[in-house]
Design a binder for this molecule. Structure first.
Ligand code: ZN
Length: 313
């Protein structure tokens, strides 16, 4: 059953965390804060600002606390800190600037061991503890199921395994549960089926989706998820991204590409596409390379009057 009647989708900007964490070039705290500022200016209202993990494992996130110190104080914005365990959650809380804890549970044992040194079941248990801990200190928490569509080590991931994890996580009553295609192997039919099944199991808890465009199916998967009833979509400015513990992982779906696609299809995201494209060009300068996102490489459409004049002159 498709759901064509939605007219708005919430987007979570994950550029400062998932977007940057796999980049070899260390991005300065100041540039991370400018990325967050530009995302806010373009319309982001929920931003994953950092992960509180061992800096030796993910050097790009070593300045998580410093980023938090510099976050603009905004009552209308939710800052998300990703945490893998109680210690990370305590670090996030200690900053006093994180509004929401993000947890990660992994669908397979081998990837769970590589990503966070525990079994898949163990990663569900810890996520539930973090949700409860967040509640005890007044923070909301959300859960992500990583490698929900395929694992870099074990291959195919059974849908029933993901459904069982979603049901177990739902018992902790997080604000949402996300299905993440960490290595970009999902196809739209798989996405539609799994999102539909997870909604059946966890409603009224909403489903968020997180896609990587490793094999070019990212936008198609976003569309399939939205049609199936997912209400929140992760994206990264410029399409940067990857996982240090998932061999061959490539960028997230790009914020500007998702905003363009949904906007043209009549689904509001609250973002200003022109400001996103400006931010893309700025970020490309910071990273010293062209970014994977498509929309910023093309002329805007429909053409802007000024741009059109320049072109014919
Ligand atoms: Zn990711």
């Amino acid at each position: 059953m498709t759901n064509l009647c939605t007219n708005s989708i919430e987007m979570v900007e994950v550029g400062p965390r998932d977007g940057l964490q796999n980049e070899a070039r260390l991005v300065s705290t100041a540039d991370k804060l400018e990325l967050i500022d530009r995302s806010l200016a373009a319309g982001a209202r929920r931003i994953e600002v950092a992960s509180f993990v061992n800096p030796r494992a993910v050097p790009q996130m070593a300045d998580a606390e410093a980023v938090c110190v510099g976050l603009p104080r905004r009552g209308d914005v939710t800052y998300v800190g990703l945490v893998m365990n109680r210690r990370g959650a305590e670090r996030a809380v200690a900053t006093g600037r994180i509004d929401q804890l993000g947890t990660v549970s992994v669908a397979t044992d081998q990837f769970a061991m590589a990503n966070q040194g525990q079994t898949s079941d163990g990663s569900v248990e810890i996520a539930r503890e973090i949700v409860a801990f967040g509640r005890s200190v007044g923070l909301s928490a959300q859960c992500t199921i990583s490698a929900a569509f395929g694992c870099p080590f074990e291959g195919e991931v059974g849908e029933d395994r993901v459904i069982a994890m979603a049901a177990a996580l739902a018992l902790a009553d997080p604000i949402e549960i996300a299905l993440a295609d960490t290595i970009g192997v999902a196809d739209p039919a798989h996405v539609h089926r799994l999102v539909t099944r997870v909604i059946e199991v966890i409603a009224p808890i909403p489903v968020r989706v997180h896609f990587h465009n490793t094999r070019g199916t990212g936008l198609a998967n976003v569309w399939a998820a939205v049609q199936a009833g997912a209400r929140i979509v992760d994206a990264s400015l410029g399409g940067l991204g990857g996982c240090p513990f998932a061999p061959g992982a490539a960028g997230n779906v790009a914020t500007e590409d998702v905003v363009y696609m949904l906007g043209r299809a009549g689904i509001a995201t609250g973002f200003d596409l022109a400001l996103l494209i400006e931010a893309n060009h700025w970020l490309a300068g910071v990273m010293g390379k062209q970014l994977p996102a498509m929309v910023a490489k093309a002329r805007s459409f429909p053409p802007q009057p000024k741009q059109h004049k320049r072109e014919v002159a």
